[in-house]
Design a protein around this ligand. Structure first.
Ligand code: NDP
Ligand code: 2IT
Length: 448
């Protein structure tokens, strides 16, 4: 049996109850086959893939807090420190009721390769909790965040592990967590990124993931003789990534016509009004039905099981920016049938393996999230640099670096795909390019 198959079997047996983690490992190891096969004996002796698939360390902890009725609530907190070969662990904190160890491990595993692709010195990690910030008062969110950080602060630090936002964790949550870290540890350091501008945050970090997604998409299209100008985009999600993806798509001449949240989706024939979307989701934290109520050109569709939402809309470019496995095989078929020619992932692993395969086999340009959504973490690393030198760069400076990084990531993935005979397969290219640097560092550092 080949080394890849051997390890895949072992990982499946050992992590049988973690489907999302297995899905991420499956995709990465399968696409690394040409590289592994060229070094099969060496890597096997070094147990390189076994080490890569086993987190260096993981924490699971109780998070008790008191709600507005005086009732004690208990959530579970997680931090997975997956791989520190190329830098301190770096990755977001997800706050969503669906969070479990398998989801945090899938996200941490993806983060290793994504962070490597940025070219910056950051290792892979991820954390979060099954706490649901939705419908909670600010005081309840603060109580949760303070309790969560009371435990997490033992394991993180500016040179050790630097968390940030993800689903459910935005500027408000990062602020409460930073305050609690400082209070307990007594150090004012860049231990979190995505901070507010008045206490060490970076300009352009809020916009970075969405903007970066569009810089990547623009470069991928240009390299294939196409452009975003005048193109209709179907976007899912209505959070941090989706909002700034929509904004940058418009700036680059495209017309995004959809967005979605956990309760329903919008089709806006005039194109999404970003200011209104921000008002509804960022300021009021309301449902998308409020967007439709204020916008005559918009249709609101309640989410229904078995329906395919935004992916049924005729579009040229699809940008999934909500959550994992939100674009399945039926969605992929609908997109192809409607003439879509590019799919670029803003979310982490939003496309199922079957859907990815179908899209690629049908000639769709497919940008994998670990490459195309890396702008968020890259700008987080730029925030770390600014914190270290105790300086702040201008918006233009950070945005310019972000754009360069995204263009470089596209070409690293493109070149790696060409080098290993899978031209145009950016999934394989991104995995290979991300893997090469991590492996080099792991081998140089010996058995650890
Ligand atoms: P937000 O919490 O800001 O927004 C998430 C959006 O997706 C919301 O509109 C939410 O709906 C919707 N959503 C979440 N879960 C579900 C679900 N199970 N079903 C349907 N809709 C859902 O998160 P982000 O925008 O930050 O993150 C979106 C994706 O991008 C995630 O996969 C994340 O891991 C990834 N990502 C984020 C980065 C970042 O910098 N923030 C960087 C790179 C990747 P509702 O409004 O109802 O909650
Ligand atoms: O998935 C991701 O890359 C993020 N949620 C951002 C992580 C970060 O450290 O900025």
């Amino acid at each position: 049996m080949s080394y890849v198959d051997e390890v895949l079997e072992r990982v499946r047996t050992k992590n049988a109850s973690e489907p999302e983690f297995l899905q991420a490992v499956d995709e990465v190891l399968n696409s690394l086959r040409p590289v592994i096969e060229a070094n099969e004996e060496k890597f096997r002796k070094e147990a390189l893939l076994e080490r890569l698939c086993e987190p260096e360390r993981q924490f699971k902890f109780r998070v008790p807090w008191v709600d507005d009725n005086g009732q004690v609530q208990v959530n579970t907190g997680y931090r997975v420190q997956f791989n520190s070969a190329i830098g301190p662990y770096k990755g977001g904190l997800r706050l969503h009721p669906s969070v479990n160890i398998g989801i945090i491990k899938f996200l941490g595993f993806e983060q290793i390769f994504k962070n490597s692709l940025t070219g910056l010195p950051i290792g892979g990690g991820k954390g979060g909790s099954d706490f649901d910030p939705k419908g909670k008062s600010d005081r309840e969110v603060m109580a949760f965040c303070q309790s969560f950080m009371t435990e997490l602060c033992k394991y993180i630090g500016a040179d050790t592990d630097v968390p940030a936002g993800d689903i459910g964790t935005g500027a408000r949550e990062i602020g409460y967590m930073f305050g609690q870290y400082k209070r307990i540890r007594g150090v004012y350091e860049g231990v979190l990124t995505g901070k507010g501008l008045s206490y060490g945050g970076s300009l352009a970090r809020t916009e970075a993931t969405g903007y970066g997604l569009l810089y990547f998409t623009d470069e991928m299209l240009k390299s294939n003789g196409k452009s975003l100008e005048g193109k209709i985009c179907a976007v899912s999600g209505a959070g941090n990534v989706a909002i700034y993806a929509i904004q940058k798509a418009q700036q680059l001449g495209a017309k995004p016509v959809t967005c979605s949240d956990s309760t329903g989706w919008i089709y806006d024939s005039e194109g999404i009004d970003v200011d209104l979307l921000k008002e509804v989701k960022e300021v009021k934290r309301a449902r998308l039905s409020e967007y439709a109520a204020k916008r005559p050109s918009a249709e609101y569709h309640e989410k229904k099981d078995g329906e395919h939402g935004v992916w049924t809309v005729k579009c040229d470019v699809a940008l999934p920016c909500a959550t994992q496995n939100e674009l399945d095989l039926d969605d992929a078929k609908a997109l192809v049938a409607n003439g879509c020619f590019a799919v670029a992932e803003g979310a982490n692993m939003p496309t199922t393996l079957e859907a990815t395969k179908y899209l690629q086999e049908n000639g769709i340009l497919f940008a994998p999230g670990k490459a195309s959504n890396a702008g968020g973490v890259a700008t987080s690393a730029l925030e770390m640099s600014q914190n270290s030198e105790r300086l702040s760069w201008t918006f233009e400076e950070v945005d310019g670096k972000l754009k360069d990084i995204m263009v470089n990531i596209f070409h690293s993935a493109d070149n790696a795909a060409k080098k290993y005979g899978c031209d145009g397969d950016y999934v394989a290219g991104a995995n290979i390019a991300g893997f090469e640097k991590v492996v080099d560092a792991m081998l140089a550092q010996g058995v650890c």
